[in-house]
Design a protein around this ligand. Structure first.
Ligand SMILES: NC(=O)c1ccc[n+]([C@@H]2O[C@H](COP(=O)([O-])OP(=O)(O)OC[C@H]3O[C@@H](n4cnc5c(N)ncnc54)[C@H](O)[C@@H]3O)[C@@H](O)[C@H]2O)c1
Length: 320
């Protein structure tokens, strides 16, 4: 297939793009390189911004079979400081992409959605039908785009797969690509940077109603996430029906458990400075992934915490 990968110079997009090429697909990455890295793209890269329809014009007549839409601003905390940037980029940018697809006759899209659309869940694990109550503008922007996808299916027949990732983590198994955000807000890379002496580690909140007082999250290895995109495309081709799937492993680890694993893998006992809770952080969230397992054949292979941290550690130490 010929696949347009928006945001393919970023963390999850670049690792998925590499897998798609390995599986024999032809890809074109479209990225404005605001958060992505040119070096992470091994094939065709078109530098452009979704907010600029002229940039999208560079992709005309490419005859894509499917779009995988990773491009977005993805920091929940930032979205509360700069709501308008998040709304514009994630909703209007996405809308331009959908209009481009409509004009070009591209009928399928796989969308990087997020567990942030659920907010603080009323019950656990979180299934696809759980109440959606985003606790941040970021989560709201993703939910809004899911709703736009619904209407573009109903009106124009553009079919979608909403893949609601939980916490993407780890690095490419071959050590070639990893998480390289600036600013870095994610727990594992921050803990690794602390172990490497590159930052003072701050942990947000130790008074949550959880066994060790720190928040609990569901971590999914980025290679398992990448594979799920292929499964989603296959399913879409087979059923021609839009759908939504939670992509997590179905169990959570507390921040302190994750930090303990980083200390074990790195062999460095770095200090932790405890800070205030962050606004909008639910105490516990993990996925009910039954639907993805049964219907997509999703079967995480690398998502045990030790493999996640070891692959991330290998990549970060190679990079430093
Ligand atoms: N990392 C996670 O744990 C996680 C969890 C849930 C959902 N997601 C979603 O997955 C996707 C990828 O996340 P990531 O961690 O790889 O983020 P990332 O920031 O590494 O990648 C996003 C890429 O999109 C590009 N981009 C952003 N706005 C653009 C625009 N207007 N035009 C063109 N390119 C643009 C950036 O330059 C970047 O390369 C995002 O949509 C994010 O919301 C990520």
């Amino acid at each position: 297939m010929k696949i347009l990968v928006t945001g393919g110079a970023g963390y999850i997009g670049s690792i998925t793009d590499k897998l798609l090429k390995r599986e024999g697909h032809e890809t074109v990455v479209f990225d404005n390189l605001k958060y992505g890295h040119k070096e992470s793209v091994t094939g065709k890269l078109v530098v452009g911004d979704l907010l600029n329809t002229e940039d999208l014009g560079k992709l005309k007549n490419e005859k894509f079979d499917v779009v995988i839409h990773f491009a977005a601003y993805a920091l929940a905390g930032e979205s509360m400081k700069h709501p308008s940037d998040y709304i514009k980029n994630n909703i209007l940018g996405g809308l331009n992409l959908l209009d481009f697809m409509k004009e070009e006759g591209v009928k399928s899209i796989v969308f990087s959605s997020t567990c942030a659309i659920y907010g603080a869940p009323n019950s656990l694990p979180v299934s696809e039908n759980s109440e959606k109550n985003p606790g941040s503008v970021y989560g709201e922007s993703k939910l809004a785009f899911e709703k736009m996808l619904y209407w573009y299916d109903r009106i124009y027949g553009i079919k979608h797969m909403n893949l609601r990732y939980f916490n993407a983590a780890g690095a490419a198994l071959d050590g070639s690509l990893g998480e390289d955000h600036d600013p870095e807000t994610h727990l594992i890379p921050r803990a690794i940077k602390a172990a490497l002496g590159q930052l003072e580690f701050e942990l947000y909140g130790r008074d949550y109603d959880t066994p060790d007082g720190t928040v609990i999250r569901d971590y999914i290895h980025v290679e398992d996430l990448a594979s799920a995109h292929l499964l989603a495309i296959e399913k879409l081709n087979e059923t021609k029906k839009s759908d939504s799937y939670n992509l997590g492993v179905g169990r959570g680890y507390s921040n302190l458990e994750v930090i303990g694993m980083v200390k074990k893998v790195s062999g460095v006992d770095f200090p932790i400075k405890f800070a205030e809770r962050r606004e909008g952080d639910p105490p516990v969230i993990f996925a009910d992934n039954k639907k993805a397992k049964e219907s997509l054949g999703f079967s995480p292979q690398h998502s045990d915490l030790e493999t996640i941290v070891k692959t991330a550690w290998k990549w970060h130490t190679k990079k430093s």
